[in-house]
Design a protein around this ligand. Structure first.
Ligand SMILES: Nc1ncnc2c1ncn2[C@@H]1O[C@H](COP(=O)(O)OP(=O)(O)O)[C@@H](O)[C@H]1O
Ligand SMILES: [Mg+2]
Length: 142
């Protein structure tokens, strides 16, 4: 319960010691299109709290983890937040964000998220207009 007496769900996670940044992978459709490090002195690395953004590689373990997320969610537009544990290198998914921020970070990492998203939406509309199943429908039928 918060100070105003409102009830809301609380999710408690074990703290994962991370090396000064976490990873944000932007997914458009079923494709991870860019990975960035969100770097901060604070343990919270949200860009709206002042973290800086730098592009990094979409490594094999990161791609594998994103694939397993997409098996659960289906295709869409997501920001998958991943932390790599310092020392062990173990990868954990922290959060999957719907409608992730891209206006501020796209000029920094250089991937045209808005354009890719527009193409993805267009493809879906075209399939729907031709009575063809969308990615989501194909997945549900599988
Ligand atoms: N279990 C955790 N271990 C380490 N850092 C975490 C953990 N959970 C969240 N964080 C960090 O806290 C910040 C915000 O977490 P998040 O769960 O994404 O909340 P929000 O919805 O406010 O973005 C992120 O920078 C993330 O790296
Ligand atoms: Mg977050």
């Amino acid at each position: 319960m918060d100070a105003a007496g409102k009830h809301f769900p609380v999710l408690v996670q074990e703290y994962v010691a991370k090396p000064g940044y976490d990873l944000r992978v932007v997914v458009v459709g079923a494709e991870p299109v860019v990975a960035i490090q969100r770097v901060s002195d604070d343990w919270r690395t949200n860009t709206h709290l002042g973290a800086t953004v730098r592009r990094t590689d979409l490594t094999v373990p990161v791609r594998r983890l994103v694939s397993s997320v997409l098996e659960q969610t289906g295709p869409g537009f997501y920001g998958v937040d991943i932390v790599v544990e310092a020392g062990t290198g173990r990868h954990f998914v922290l959060e999957v964000n719907a409608n992730p921020e891209f206006a501020k970070s796209a000029p920094v990492h250089g991937v045209d998220i808005a354009g890719l998203l527009a193409e993805h939406v267009l493809r879906r509309l075209q399939r729907a207009a031709h009575g063809q199943p969308t990615d989501d429908q194909l997945r549900l039928a599988a």
